[in-house]
Design a protein around this ligand. Structure first.
Ligand SMILES: Nc1nc2c(c(=O)[nH]1)N[C@H]1C(S)=C(S)[C@@H](COP(=O)(O)OP(=O)(O)OC[C@H]3O[C@@H](n4cnc5c(N)ncnc54)[C@H](O)[C@@H]3O)O[C@H]1N2
Ligand code: MOO
Length: 399
């Protein structure tokens, strides 16, 4: 008797458990884009680090310019980056640039537009109050302040803040390394002639780029023929370097199921999941390395990646949100779905035109062109076998 199929949720949990969580590494800051900060970040210095001018102009004592217009001798020029600045004597001005340190004794800046721009003496046309155009040390960040919490996804603004605080590297969960390979003696590469019975490979490309899009590192192996020895020879040299081996094809019931034959009895379990497409699945550990085997039909492989692998990769990097956004929508036409299986149909959803989702292509898992124009998956629950036009469904964005 065939075993009862696993539910989608059960297999999701199995795959997530296998991939696990990546170790924390301090990576150079420029390599941290899109990664998750693993520890709270505390400011080692204040920001700004020193009182500085917000304008190009003249640093003065406000009390010297109460009777504007007034002319003062210019005692010093202070470009940004000057590290030793003489104090400002009463009755004098220092020419100062934006970002340059305020001299001791100065408490305001007259912007150059309100002066004659003089270099020996300067005519200041407007009075200023103490504090005008001065950016105080620690205005933005105090020493010891918690500036970014662990779990924060690092985008350009977060990296800029860390950079401004002097960090050269940040503690992040590193990217999972994934070995992607496709199996099938019918597969050929671009530029090769297509003989009858052959097809151009597409799953490996889709999965490797999907891994990268999710934030992982992917090594795409040239596809291997339906030969167990060739399969082992292809993956073995890489096992020490990867966190996950991700295959497509060779897992169903045929006579040449290379992935199944290579892994059966060696730590990988092959099972049916109650979904369509993506029924035949496999997962386990081979020589200590996590293995997930996806079915070969292109749409099955991609839907399986979306449902099982992408969330597991994101979780492994410490992301709290690992699922795609979902929405409720009305389906534009009637569809049917197999009993006892969650069906994922490809859909085109437009929130602005009345929250309607239109199925694209049929349920066939070879219909790659429909997948390529879809922007969502329509999720039909296990116990639903028919949907009428206008029924409410859940959609998962694909982008
Ligand atoms: N007797 C049964 N036959 C099949 C069953 C079943 O339960 N009993 N399940 C069907 C379902 S559902 C799926 S899905 C597929 C899964 O098959 P495999 O994982 O073994 O995949 P293959 O047979 O290797 O290939 C299926 C299909 O996809 C094409 N393919 C494979 N790899 C690639 C690739 N890298 N790039 C592009 N296209 C690829 C391949 O040529 C086949 O057309 O099994 C059903 N059969
Ligand atoms: O489950 Mo297969 O994945 O329907 O085509």
């Amino acid at each position: 008797m065939p075993k009862t199929p696993a539910s989608v949720a059960e297999h999701q949990a199995r795959v997530a458990g296998l991939v696990g969580i990546m170790p924390v590494r301090v990576l150079p800051i420029a390599e941290c884009l899109g990664l998750v900060l693993a520890e709270d970040l505390v400011a080692p210095i204040p920001l700004p680090p020193f009182d500085n001018s917000a304008m190009d102009g003249y640093a003065v004592r406000a009390s010297d310019v109460v009777e504007a217009p007034v002319t003062l001798p210019v005692a010093q020029d202070i470009p940004a980056g000057m590290t030793e600045v003489a104090p400002l004597e009463a009755g004098t001005a220092h020419r100062i640039m934006t970002g340059a340190p305020m001299p001791a004794g100065a408490d305001a800046v007259v912007q150059v537009e309100h002066t004659d721009g003089g270099t020996d003496r300067v005519l200041l046309r407007t009075a200023v109050e103490a504090g005008t155009h001065v950016r105080r040390a620690a205005d933005d960040v105090a020493v010891g302040a918690l500036v970014l919490r662990a779990g924060r996804v690092l985008g350009p603004a977060q990296l800029a803040l860390a950079g401004a605080l002097g960090f050269g590297g940040l503690p992040v969960r590193r990217r999972p390394r994934v070995l992607v390979l496709s199996t099938g003696s019918e597969l050929v590469g671009p530029g090769e002639p297509l003989l009858p019975g052959q097809i151009y490979e597409s799953n490996g490309l889709m999965l490797a780029t999907g891994v990268r899009e999710a934030g992982g590192e992917a090594e795409l192996l040239r596809f291997v023929p339906d030969d167990v020895a060739a399969f082992h020879a292809a993956i073995e040299p890489h096992l020490g370097e990867v966190d996950l081996v991700l295959t497509s094809g060779g897992v169903s019931a045929g006579a040449y199921e290379v992935v199944k034959d290579a892994f059966t009895g060696r730590g990988v379990e092959f099972l049916k999941v109650a979904m369509q497409p993506g029924g035949p699945q496999g997962a386990g550990r081979y020589q200590g390395v996590a293995v997930v085997t996806l079915p070969g039909n292109p749409v099955s492989a991609q839907v399986s990646f979306e449902v099982f692998v992408r969330p597991a990769l994101l979780a492994s990097m410490g992301f709290a949100a690992v699922e795609r956004r979902t929405a409720r929508a009305r389906i534009s036409t009637a569809i049917t779905s197999p009993a006892g299986r969650t069906q994922f149909r490809r859909g085109a959803y437009d929130a602005e035109s009345g929250e309607v989702v239109t199925p694209v292509g049929g349920p066939g898992s070879h219909l790659l062109s429909a997948l390529a124009v879809a922007n969502c998956l329509i999720e039909v629950p296990e116990d639903t076998t028919e949907l009428a036009a206008g029924d409410l469904v859940t959609i998962r964005y694909l982008e």
